[in-house]
Design a protein around this ligand. Sequence first.
Ligand SMILES: [Zn+2]
Length: 377
Amino acid sequence: MDETTAERAATTLNNPRWQKVLARDTTADGTFYYAVRTTGVYCRPSCGARPARPENVLFYNTAPEAEEAGFRPCKRCKPDQPHLAERHRILVEQACRFIEQSSAAPTLAQIAAHVGMSEHHFHRLFKATTGLTPKAYLTAQHQRALKEYLGQQNKITDAIYAAGYISSSRFYETAEQVLGMTPSNYKKGGQDTEIRFAIAECSLGSILVASSAKGVCAILMDDDPEFLLRDLQDRFPRSTLIGADVTYERLVAQVVGFVEAPQLGLNLPLDVRGTAFQQRVWQALRHIPYGSTASYSEIAEKIGMPKAVRAVAQACGANALAVAIPCHRVVRTDGALSGYRWGVERKRLLLDKESQARSRKDQQANQEESQSENCKE
Ligand SMILES: [Zn+2]
């Protein structure tokens, strides 16, 4: 029998799979299984159990083959079940679906109960798998749902009409009469860039959205659509202006949604054109959070040029990206609204809207905080 034992050991030692078992190589999991004669148990290559003696080891390609040969699955590495990482992924996915499908934000206890885990273990698993706490995921989910609401073709119609948005195709029907030519032929100067644009209506009046290949290059507002088109033409005299098509109208709807609810953010690339100084001012403006304001002198301080208050005001006036570069959040030192490139009344409306959204959000955050105290990091 000794000879046979030695032979069996040699067979195992010569099998490259044995090295993977000794190394507990997780990358080998699923490619084969090993069984141990003395225990009657079969394992994954990466099983943390103490290595068996090579003469007692048998290799199988699949778990059913090992079971057919009379072996039981190891209780430690559960070779008959999806891999641990896979099981965790499935649990986390179940939790995510549960969160998405709940009408009200579920508590950590509810989510954990749904996947049959303790709160503590679930929180750790969720964080390890997604990189987010369940609470952060809930918040992100909520924001995504809002953005989706504004982005969905069928629902956007409701959002658009709620916002007083009128399809820009109607504008094009009359544009020929207004301009004496169709928008796509409406060119001036050279043709170094092509700019697509559309005009829509929002609660602040007419709004023009224009994009270059790089990103959104103009968001302009006025009561008069014709003036908006002239303004665009003056700002980009050497570009070819192209009237929007259906795909572009989706983008316009997104921008209108953002102007109506700046707290949602605008996930579109911007093509910001200006002098180095203007760019610095605009960058500083983008750091003013919605719902708050800064004075011209504060912005001048922020960019390290405290005496350039007038130049800051001029840079604000030259901004071509209304709301996306929030020049409406700059007020006089005494808090007075002062000027706004697109009219003081619009500035007031925007600031009111933002402070309302801000206080709603703060209220909601307080509620969520008390609802999901256990969800803390
Ligand atoms: Zn095992």
